[in-house]
Design a protein. Sequence first.
Length: 381
Amino acid sequence: MYQEKLLLIPGPTPVHPRIVHSLSQPIVSHVSPPMVKDLKEALVNLKEIVFCDRGEAFIVAGAGTLAMEMALLNTVKQDERFLVLSQGFFGQRMADIGESFGIAHDVLQSPWGEVVRPEQLEEQLAAHDYAAVVSTHVDTATGACAPVKAYADILKGSDSLYVIDGVCATGGIEERMTEWGVDVILTAAQKCFGTPPGLAILVLSEAAMAKRQGMGSIPAYYSDLLRWLPIMKDPAKYFSTPCVNEIRAFAEACRIVLEEGMEERFVRHHRIALAFRTALEALGFQSFTHTENLSDTLSVMAYPGGVEDAAFRSTLAEKGVIVAGGLGEVAGKVFRMGHMGNLSFAQVEFAVAALEDTLTELGYAFEPRAGLAAAKKALFE
Ligand SMILES: *Cc1c(COP(=O)(O)O)cnc(C)c1O
């Protein structure tokens, strides 16, 4: 019999039955009333989810990396310069995209597990001019959550646009676009929205849209937001065939987010993060990410002595829970656990029980039920 595993990796995340149901609807025309209604509704709801009062939302077939490319090409001209604030893996990807298109850039890189300090951004801005500053909200390799509000405060007085890569954060951790003065939030379907992979998602402020309008032609065609703008305003128009079912499923995902309520959703993510981390610490694991930089969507945990990475992850998988290995220099020393999207408390308890069973099977000694007790405390007290 097919046994579904609980996917606790940094995306894709578990897909709620309501979202699976909308994916399985019979195909409709990409310009038909049901599709027009769902895309329009998703665009409005998406802006609400990122607290954007004024601006434009875009939902296009692709993934997070396409959203990164679109964000860059539509806000930074070929002869301008941008700054990347990187606390791990995906900041470097943004720099690589700049490299591919010949757009000059600088990178401020923090040590792994930490973040670029706001003062470093301030110093960099005092010495250089940037058309845009790009920062990763939560880095998927290190689990470090950047102080995006503090960066935004610093950038308020500057001419730079502020772009947030929210792929591992948007819809799970607070991002108040208009109030904070963020110009672009880019994300993807398969992380905090709990939809299968397949969408590049962006919200641009009025200032970011004005920048694009003034740029003329850019080195992009499918990625040119001005080609997509008429479709986002009126989805009955055609530019390139959208992935109908995936977009309708994303519309359902946005409904689920707003039905829960943003504040409630942030609190649930926080409780679940705390539950997993306190449980794992009670079992002898340690957070790889520095305490001040922990994220509510993802934890990177270092193994205690005597627990071997491959055996741990494969035994845990047999017990129904999939987690990810470490990347780069910490491969084999840590595992990465995603806990974002539409996770229920029951799923958290199931996962912690599976973690304890795994450690027992591997012959690792710990106080029985210490993990479960810690998790329950974080979830219910
Ligand atoms: C997953 C992720 C990406 C890449 O998204 P893809 O959909 O895999 O292209 C980019 N940035 C961050 C922060 C991510 O977590």
